[in-house]
Design a binder for this molecule. Structure first.
Ligand SMILES: [Zn+2]
Length: 430
């Protein structure tokens, strides 16, 4: 430790003294129902954050992601990037949180936007994913500034739109405009709810595609006069079951993905549609007897940092070509829908080492290093911003995200705030 030994204790005491403020801030944020889709109250929450952060000397920029998916005058995609420079040059530490929350859904016993505090937990949509994490990073920064007003470098706190729908009107938009350029920002922490003692280094990759098989329509009483696209698709599904799934199970990764079942390549068939369309609501007549001339599936292939996206696609094409060689009249088309490259910070990256050290001090245990089975905004920071020194670290239990009666534990937020404040001290005030 190069700091005077009492600095950690002073930071911890400063956070403890702000416990009620941390609760109140989280409650205020949750009570702004920033539902996405469609993107409610983005401007309101950015205005709130601007006022809050101005009190500690942050200067905020409010940026609307004009032209991004879903952006309209009715539902503008607002983002906030607030910055506070220290008194000498140095690194910039950036905390990025998404401001949007997913729909409420059924099954709640608590008021979804009431943010009620009960038994040391705050309940509500967005408490754990991730307004609790946003509030935690703000209080950590405020406490750090109070204890170390003469720090070097800069602190940035951003609240960004649309993470739940891909982040194109949020982090991707900002990254494309240089907000995460490595000469501007050196360390990024995304306070997603990965648990206060775990460091999330990155995530697997994603490839979505639509596969369509073709046939010929005919009367259902004489199917031999047509050619069933559904039967062709069943051959595809059979091949996925018997050939592809065993193959994917063998592709293991060195990425520490949790849960354990996701530590390999996976494939989900998101949907299947074939033959006659579903009847319109209110129509209760019979379907017509026809041979299906089209069948489509949408696949969601999650791939590993050890895999190459071009090879992932080629593997699927080879499988389809093999079916074509074996089945007379088999025709298909495959269309790319969406892709994300895997991202993983180095275990030795400065932000990883610093947060790990802070976790050890605050929680008296070694952190777990994990990777996420799904993606989050780190993808944009890595691919567009070219910034590798980025992790997800924040309070809350990931399994509660998007669930009814979502909650965040107050003590988890307090502990995480201490980890974040110690991290700031190590990077900016050592
Ligand atoms: Zn989230």
């Amino acid at each position: 430790m190069s700091q005077p030994p009492d600095l950690d204790a002073r930071l911890a005491a400063e956070i403890d003294a702000r416990r009620d403020d941390l609760i109140a801030l989280t409650q205020d944020l949750v009570r702004l129902p920033t539902l996405n889709p469609p993107g409610h109250q983005y401007r309101e929450i950015c205005d709130y954050l601007e006022a809050r952060l101005a009190a500690t000397g942050f200067t905020a920029e409010l940026i609307r992601a004009h032209g991004s998916p879903g952006d309209s005058d009715r539902y503008p995609r607002w983002n906030i990037v607030a910055r506070r420079d220290g008194s000498a040059p140095g690194d910039c530490v950036h905390f990025n949180s998404h401001i949007d929350v997913v729909e409420v859904g059924q099954g709640w016993s608590k008021e979804p936007f009431g943010a009620v505090l009960e038994g040391g937990r705050i309940y509500g949509r967005g408490t754990c994913d991730m307004k609790g994490g946003l509030a935690t990073s703000i209080v950590a920064a405020e406490a750090f500034i109070a204890v170390c007003p003469d720090y070097r470098g800069a602190i940035e706190i951003s609240g960004t739109a649309d993470e739940e729908t891909g982040g194109y009107g949020g982090v991707a938009y900002l990254a494309e405009r240089g907000y995460f350029a490595p000469d501007k920002v050196q360390h990024v922490i995304i306070p997603e709810p990965l648990n206060k003692d775990r460091i999330c280094l990155g995530h697997r990759g994603v490839w979505w595609a639509e596969i369509e098989t073709r046939g010929r329509i005919a009367h259902g009483s004489m199917p031999f006069l047509g050619d069933s696209a559904i039967r062709h698709m069943s051959a595809v599904l059979h091949e996925i079951e018997t050939y592809l799934y065993p193959l994917l199970a063998e592709k293991r990764t060195a990425m520490p993905v949790v849960p354990e079942g996701a530590r390999q390549s996976t494939l989900n068939i998101n949907s299947i549609h074939g033959g006659e369309a579903e009847p319109e609501p209110g129509f209760d007549g019979f379907p017509a007897p026809c041979v299906a001339d089209r069948c489509r599936i949408i696949i969601d292939r999650r791939f590993l940092i050890e895999e190459d996206l071009a090879e992932v696609k080629a593997e699927m094409s080879r499988m389809l070509e093999r079916i074509r060689a074996e089945r007379p009249s088999f025709t298909y088309e495959i269309r790319d829908l969406h892709e994300v490259i895997p991202s993983m910070a180095d275990r030795d990256a400065p932000v990883v080492r610093t947060v790990a050290q802070a976790i050890e001090k605050v929680l008296a245990r070694q952190p777990d290093y994990i990777c996420s089975p799904g993606t989050y905004d780190q993808k944009h920071i890595d691919r567009i911003g070219k910034l590798k020194n980025c992790i997800a670290y924040g309070p809350g239990i990931l399994d509660l995200a998007h669930q009814p009666d979502e909650w965040i534990g107050v003590q988890d937020m307090v502990d995480s705030a201490k980890v974040m404040a110690l991290t700031l001290a190590e990077l900016l005030a050592r």
